[in-house]
Design a binder for this molecule. Structure first.
Ligand code: HEM
Length: 294
């Protein structure tokens, strides 16, 4: 029996909706969260609580913090916090739209829906650049160890911490590179997804080689492409039992460790960045007792 929101470790679905809310009325917060808890299952809808919500209810979740804005040479990584995230997972866009309406209405006394991103699976889980995304994700028991907390106390075990960023791709720019150049940006060959041993140090998988960090910086990525009339890119999503691994990876990507900037930035940049605490769950029921919500 799992003690976490099972949607976190399930395969990415065909379609997603990422709903970002701000807190409008703290007086109604506890009631709205109770109603939300009774309306979701942690599998089809994954819940993430933002730092501002925890502060409004005066609860400290160890390990929770707000997303750090970062600056590197020519690079700005924004921090755009929200009070609440609902990650809606499914295979039917219409059903996701109706679920959006129902859940927003369920919590509207306290929360306002500020932003919606529609994500989708491309082929078997590729980024829109055409490269397979998620190859080096930890699997099975390793994924649980990396993404889910344990030994943190009864009401907290089964938590996860999620980092989300909306990246905007410049596909014209990416497609203007030769196939070899593209492979060197990622650090893998598109033809067979093999890692390129002598790829440049700036190649993305060289920058983010999880076992090269001290301590090792493993995360469970569940990113999905997004598109809208004004652009497209990747909703980068990384779960961990702390935010430390994600921050180490992002810091190295921006060149703050050694001055080498990840080549990804040559065609894509993040326009948002936020952190959420994903509460534990039992038998398909989110457990908010760590927030004092029984
Ligand atoms: C638009 C943004 C991004 C794109 C298109 C992208 C794409 C990819 C691709 C194609 C791979 C190789 C296959 C795989 O192992 O999944 C990869 C690996 C990886 N990426 Fe990203 N990525 C992006 C952003 C990020 C960010 C922001 C982080 C963390 C801060 C990150 C962390 C990783 C890690 C840890 C790996 C595996 C490295 C290894 O251990 O071999 N990625 N990414």
């Amino acid at each position: 029996m799992s003690n976490y929101q099972t949607g976190i470790l399930a395969d990415v679905p065909g379609h997603s909706r990422y709903l970002f809310f701000s807190l409008q009325n703290s007086d109604e917060l506890s009631t709205a969260l109770q109603q939300l808890r009774d309306a979701v299952d942690g599998e089809e809808t994954v819940v993430g609580i933002g730092e501002s919500t925890l502060r409004a209810i005066d609860k400290d979740i160890p390990g929770m913090r707000s997303f750090p804005g970062l600056t590197g040479p020519g690079i700005d990584i924004p921090s755009t916090p929200y009070a609440l995230l609902l990650w809606l997972r499914g295979d039917d866009r219409g059903e996701l739209l109706h679920r959006t309406r129902t859940l927003s209405q369920t919590i509207e006394t306290a929360f306002q829906l500020d932003d919606v991103i529609e994500g989708f699976r491309y082929r078997e889980g590729d980024d829109l650049s055409g490269y397979e995304d998620g190859t080096e994700n930890p699997k099975d028991g390793d994924a649980i160890n990396v993404a889910i907390t344990s030994d943190t106390g009864k009401r907290l075990d089964g938590s996860s911490f999620v980092a989300i960023q909306q990246w905007v791709h410049n596909l014209d720019q990416f497609q203007a590179y030769s196939s070899d150049e593209q492979d060197h940006i990622i650090g893998r060959r598109i033809s067979d997804n093999e890692e390129i041993e002598d790829a440049p140090e700036a190649a993305h998988v060289k920058r983010t080689a999880q076992e090269d960090f001290d301590p090792e910086a493993f995360v469970v990525r569940r990113s999905m492409p997004w598109s809208a009339p004004d652009g497209e890119g990747l909703v980068f999503v990384a779960f961990g039992n702390t935010f430390d691994a994600f921050e180490a990876l992002l810091n190295r990507m921006t060149g703050n460790d050694d001055g080498i900037v990840d080549s990804l930035f040559s065609f894509t940049n993040p326009i948002t960045g936020c952190y959420f605490w994903c509460p534990p769950a039992n038998n398909g029921r989110i457990d908010l007792t760590a927030m004092g919500i029984e």
